[in-house]
Design a protein. Structure first.
Ligand code: IPE
Ligand code: IPE
Ligand code: MG
Length: 246
């Protein structure tokens, strides 16, 4: 049986999040500059988005650029930003064809030109009803949680909510990801086993999947493999195995 055939369609994760890592090392292994890796990383984004849409996954969140990534050499940042602009321009038609809706989460400090291109694509695809592709751009989870705290404090001050009424849902509803469920599956490529400030609140009970494959080599088969492994895990949520089998 092929990997794809092993996927139980009725138990598909609704939301898959991916830390796309390893572009630089992939390029280096080929004797090329880092930007070459980012270019081929885009091809993987295209393929994985298509695979997720074909399977019927509802949300795919891709960690595309972290707030910490602003510390990289300026030439690399510029290269990534212009790659973003050209990719959005080239891919919008495909997103429309595949009924994919684009959303962006992050701290709004992208260059105007990049932001404008993204806004345009978000607008064009807003009525699509298939996969929602979420790009985390200039995103970090601590930034997001801090913003949520600020927003909740303001609502308390304005008398819109009572302090004693604050619960987990209040926090969840004030995160930039409030429009989607938490990811059931988080994938990180390139062999690094860390979260790097991504979706800290949302992955409280996600299944974590780490693979040595570098992001530009991550193809549809690799995604199917991750989903099959996810489906073999027992998600206990604090209960015992026996309880779950009842
Ligand atoms: C991930 O690949 C892409 C971004 C963080 C923008 P890297 O650029 O981090 O590649 P490595 O980890 O250096 O190989
Ligand atoms: C995480 O990768 C950020 C993205 C994939 C966008 P990094 O390569 O920046 O993470 P660290 O620095 O190795 O933790
Ligand atoms: Mg990296």
């Amino acid at each position: 049986m092929s990997l794809k055939e092993q996927i139980v369609m009725s138990q598909l994760p609704q939301h898959v999040a991916i830390i796309m890592d390893g572009n630089g090392r992939w390029a280096k292994s080929k004797g090329k500059i880092r930007l070459f890796g980012h270019k081929f990383g885009v091809r993987a984004v295209h393929n994985i988005t298509e695979a997720a849409a074909e399977l019927g996954i509802k949300y795919l969140t891709l960690y595309t650029f972290s707030t910490e990534n602003w510390s990289r050499p300026l030439a690399e940042i510029k290269g990534i930003m212009s790659l973003l602009v050209s990719t959005i321009a080239e891919e919008t038609e495909t997103l429309l064809k595949n009924n994919v809706r684009l959303r962006v989460i992050g701290n709004n400090s992208l260059p105007d030109k990049v932001q404008a291109k993204l806004d345009e694509c978000v607008k064009k695809t807003e009525n699509n009803t298939g996969l929602t592709l979420v790009l985390a751009l200039s995103y970090s989870s601590r930034w997001e949680i801090t913003e949520a705290v600020r927003s909740i404090a303001k609502q308390v001050k304005d008398g819109a909510i009572d302090i004693d009424a604050i619960d987990q849902n209040t926090v969840q509803n004030n995160l930039s990801t409030s429009f989607m469920p938490d990811p059931e599956l988080l994938i990180r490529t390139s062999g690094e086993c860390r979260i790097s400030n991504f979706l800290l609140w949302q992955i409280a009970y996600s299944e974590l999947y780490f693979t040595d494959t570098l992001w530009p080599d991550f193809d549809k088969e690799e995604l199917y493999k991750a989903i099959v492994e996810y489906q073999h895990r027992e998600r206990r949520f604090g209960m015992t195995s026996e309880q779950l089998k009842k």
